[in-house]
Design a protein around this ligand. Sequence first.
Ligand code: GLA
Length: 399
Amino acid sequence: MKIWMIRLKCFAPALIWLCWICPTTAQQNKPAALPPMGWNSWNHFRDKVDDASVRAQAEAMVSSGMRDAGYTYINIDDTWEGERDAKGNIQTNSKFPDMKALADFVHNKGLKLGIYSSPGAKTCAKYEGSLGHEMQDAQTYAAWGIDYLKYDLCGLNAVMKAAPTPEAAHQIMIDAYIKMRDALRSTGRPIVYSLCQYGVDAVWEWGASVGGNLWRTTGDISDKYARMAEIGFGQAGLGRFAGPGHWNDPDMLEVGNGKLTLGENRVHFSMWAMLAAPLLAGNDLPNMSPDVKAILTNKDVIAIDQDKLGHEGTRVYSDGEVDVWTRHLVGGAMAIAVVNAGPDRVSTHPFHLDLAKLGLHGAQQSTDLWTGKDMQLTDNIPLEIPSHDILLVRLASPK
Ligand code: GLA
């Protein structure tokens, strides 16, 4: 007993030190343990984003209940950048008079601030990129209090095209992403690292190895149903590359944008949850309708997205225009999504859910996550799902 006490005394300082650094180190090495949730300026504001609109989003994120539902990041996309000063430090342009003050404002609301740059000389919108200034920019972001960086290949495309071989081009891209990863790490600040290069060279195979916490798997989304659906249903099979700390990113949400119907918004949000996708709202939060707010804050659907197992869902089978996806959840639970992707009403194409194809045997108790009602699924149950709408259920104990 005595010897143990003495040993404990000797190790106590080391233990205290370890306990002190462990959470910090773990946080630094593993931001985005769950798919990041927040808001990004691009889908709605494009180049019209400015300090005032970002503050308004942060305020609405709190007042709408989105922060309490799990949304954290307020991400400024392209067009915030100004010129570099004489020492090469990146400046904001006149739309953002004081980025540090904006970060303080956002942090005071219990939220985090994200920013955007490119490994090229210019960004997609032809603003200043980080090429040759990676370390300096990372230091600037950390000094401002930035918590998230979306790093968009765009400006490096021309450099890659001039490479003698595809392998050389690939290496240019890898090196560029590693350079910024190391620059971010050297700041000592946990900054989520979001790779944006539209899925080039199967980024899901190497994104995590260059430090990516998420990587875009596709070109840009739009607020049209066809484009959203093309991206969402095109993700099947990528799940094995994703997991806690490193996620496939099928692009930011268009929920509440364009002419998407409520059913289409439900399809979009449900599919992104099934895909363990980052949930970055892209609408104008202060002006969203109650219906859109209800979709973005549906806690049961968010819980599917944020399931701690981090196991991305996949398509199990299709029957005509109806797609059936499943996602395995923590504790043996399961989510099933049945989506009518076609333009016709399902009543003209009766659909029967084949539970055996999902590895299920006999009647299953489930909860419909959009109505909140209990639902018993029997084998070959006929389902009436309107065109461009979805049934999303959770099975607590699938059999
Ligand atoms: C690319 C990206 C978009 C957005 C714009 C900004 O198109 O894919 O998400 O960041 O650049 O210019």
